[in-house]
Design a binder for this molecule. Structure first.
Ligand code: AMP
Ligand code: TRP
Length: 335
């Protein structure tokens, strides 16, 4: 079998949501930043999935949040010089075109079996109000991945099934039309750490602001939420305390982590030290949030526009080449 070269080593998409929480950082953003820093997996390409977000936001909001999310990632450590960043809709023609070709290779019942869609249909909607775009979510994701001839796609557990569909579609296409698209690989990141809401209940989420540390909030608000956070009785361990510790250790330096560990030994020995623990965590958190906010405030819209323009050119070039090869393989003569 003729080998087909990959074009991009590490490829992933982020959704343009506004108001990231510390849980989003620990569970998701941190991974791509670490992958880039470790340089083991090659140069990443990261894009803002604004077309995918059309399924759950208004187009106006989606567009408003694009620059903001790119600034968040850069302020959280993504180095724009060491990766290519673009916006999905910059490739609208190529994505729309590949969506048509790939849709031909999937049946309606296969789409309805995709676990994420199945769950959504069970929870918030049914087939009478779920849009076709929602059902096409994994096809569009495959178009994103395959247009760039991506080698590794780092995703959390919930997205693995979607990348499997992209693999499947690449194989099906190659089988019918000849070796054209290299098969991508899931870079499985396992289940992300689940951070609980500080006020109890479910997971930390910006839709439940009383229990969430939102990075852009006034810092004093976040510190007071830590002060009020649920913990555990002396000598006991709870999920709430575990989440608080994960947050505390994430924002702390080595010295502070050691201090947290010492306090926890006292706690497990039955001492009342939760106030002390929160004090240490708040010192680290205050520094972390301040550094983030200062860094973010210094990033100009024009800088991001420039980054997106350059990244978009790389992604467009790749996508155009791939689509030409795909048309040729399919024998489409009149485009
Ligand atoms: P969402 O904003 O819920 O779409 O989540 C965006 C990313 O952040 C996903 O990769 C989630 O897995 C991650 N994430 C969201 N909430 C949490 C949480 N409470 N704990 C850990 N990771 C989270
Ligand atoms: N669906 C992904 C999410 O919800 C975002 C995404 C869109 C993506 N296209 C992608 C991720 C391609 C990886 C590769 O988080």
């Amino acid at each position: 079998m003729k080998g087909i070269d990959y074009k991009v080593d590490v490829f992933t998409g982020i959704r343009p949501t506004q108001g990231l929480t510390i849980a989003n950082v620990i569970g998701s953003v941190h991974t791509i930043v670490t992958l880039q820093r470790e340089k083991e997996a090659g140069r990443p390409m990261v894009f803002v999935a604004d077309l995918h977000s059309l399924t759950d936001g208004t187009p106006q909001d989606t567009q408003k949040h694009i620059l903001d999310i790119v600034k968040d990632y850069i302020a959280l450590g993504l180095d724009p010089k060491g990766c290519d960043i673009f916006v999905q809709s910059q490739l609208i023609e190529e994505i729309a075109e590949l969506n048509i070709y790939l849709s031909r290779l999937v049946t309606i019942s296969e789409l309805l079996r995709v676990p994420t869609l199945k769950e959504k249909i069970k929870k918030d909607m049914d087939v009478s109000n779920a849009s076709v775009l929602l059902a096409m979510y994994p096809i569009m994701m495959a178009s994103d991945i395959l247009l760039q001839k991506s080698k590794y796609v780092p995703v959390g557990d919930d997205q693995v099934a979607h990348v499997e569909i992209a693999r499947d579609l690449a194989r099906k296409f190659n089988k019918i039309f000849g070796e054209t698209i290299p098969v991508p690989n899931v870079l499985s990141l396992g289940k992300p750490a689940r951070i609980k809401s500080l006020s109890g209940g479910g997971k930390m989420s910006k839709s439940n602001p009383t229990g969430a540390i939102v990075l852009d909030d006034d810092i004093s608000i976040s510190l007071s939420k830590i002060k009020r956070a649920q913990t555990a009785f002396a000598g006991e361990m709870t999920d709430s305390l575990d989440s608080l510790l994960k947050i505390g250790k994430f924002v702390s330096n080595t010295e502070e982590i050691r201090h947290i560990d010492e306090i926890m030994v006292k706690h497990m020995n039955g001492e009342n030290v939760m106030g002390e623990l929160k004090g240490v965590i708040n010192t680290s958190l205050e520094r972390y949030l301040r550094e983030f906010q200062v860094k973010k405030s210094k990033i100009l819209d024009t800088e991001i526009e420039e980054v997106i323009k350059n990244g978009g050119e790389v992604a467009k070039r790749n996508a155009k080449e791939t689509i030409q090869e795909i048309r040729k393989a399919m024998g489409l003569k009149y485009i």
